[in-house]
Design a protein around this ligand. Structure first.
Ligand code: GLU
Length: 309
């Protein structure tokens, strides 16, 4: 813990900063509305609802149709990706746009899409026990997870990175983490990678990355690690306090999680993504959300469409 001549002042400053962060999150519009500082609602793409669409081979789709709405698992504290406005309860961000795009492609009009916040560690069980129909929230596709759930996509490629305070000079990459307190989300691939490949780092895990960021701002940890796309959003909110350092040190292909075995749903979502990437809708969604963090739209990674399992 660094020494501060006026600890009460420092604490007051941090408290003020956190309040400002909370306030910054307030003020969004309806479901799928743009993030704070984002473009006007009219600049977000609209997704034409597929007409007369049916998917009888998908038990998940059939159940949702009977219910009358889709339930989609997302994140609520990841700026530009999946963020919930605490005042209105409405969600915005790139993952939210992907979720809306997919629901329209599956024949569900905007009013029939319900979001449910699910933390990284709970995604597989939420899909397995039918709490959600699909999941869009910075969800890395990998073989271990494919044994538990199915993945459409990928629709974006991220990479693990590090977030530190602007006054930090010692940490430039994962090789500098020995003896440092590093925070990540439980059940995430970045937490697993630190444990496996950088065992000399002192890893601390919480349910969400926003708790890690609070701990970083109050000098309780030295770094936060997760995907660059997520960290850039936190850094953008308090750029005088936080910075992303080094180069990404992993590949994190983002997929849409579906119940394992529902191959019909998985392929239908792959089709929606492929069409949106081809006709420019994907880029519009990116530019209006994640693109605001300063990174121009990349070419999306090829869709995997792996054999039925
Ligand atoms: N993409 C990584 C993962 O799926 C980190 C982000 C997250 O926890 O959602 O574990």
């Amino acid at each position: 813990m660094p020494y501060f001549p006026l600890p009460h002042l420092r604490r007051a400053l941090v408290a003020l900063l956190l309040t400002a962060l909370a306030l910054a999150a307030v003020g969004c519009g309806r479901e799928g509305s743009p993030p704070v500082k984002g473009p006007k609602g009219s600049e977000l793409p609209t997704y034409p609802v597929a007409k007369n669409f049916t998917l009888p081979a998908s038990p998940t789709w059939v159940r949702a149709k009977r219910r009358g709405h889709l339930v989609v698992g997302v994140k609520e504290d990841q700026p530009y990706l999946g963020e919930k406005d605490p005042a209105s309860g409405r969600y915005s961000g790139f993952d939210i746009e992907i979720a809306r795009m997919v629901s329209a492609g599956l024949g569900f009009p905007p009013g029939t899409l319900q979001f449910k916040t699910i933390a990284s560690a709970n995604r597989e069980t939420a899909l397995q026990n039918g709490q959600i129909d699909y999941y869009v929230g910075t969800y890395t596709i990998n073989d271990k997870r494919k044994k538990l759930v199915g993945f459409a996509g990928p629709y974006y490629m991220a990479g693990q990175s590090l977030l530190v305070r602007t006054d930090e000079d010692d940490i430039h990459g994962p090789q500098d983490l020995a003896g440092k307190r590093v925070c990540s989300a439980a059940g995430s691939t970045p937490a697993q990678r630190i444990q496996a490949e950088y065992p000399r780092a002192d890893l601390v895990t919480y349910d969400t990355y926003s708790v890690c960021v609070d701990n970083l701002l109050t000098y309780q940890v030295d770094a936060v690690t997760t995907d660059d796309a997520i960290l850039l959003g936190y850094a953008a909110k308090v750029s005088d306090e936080l910075k992303v350092v080094g180069k990404p040190f992993s590949h994190e292909p983002y997929g849409i999680g579906v119940p394992r075995g529902d191959n019909a749903l998985r392929y239908a979502i792959d089709d929606v993504l492929a069409a949106a990437e081809k006709n420019g809708t994907w880029k519009k969604a990116y530019d209006a959300t994640l693109g605001l963090s300063g990174v121009p739209a990349p070419k999306p990674p090829p869709i995997d469409r792996y054999p039925a399992s």
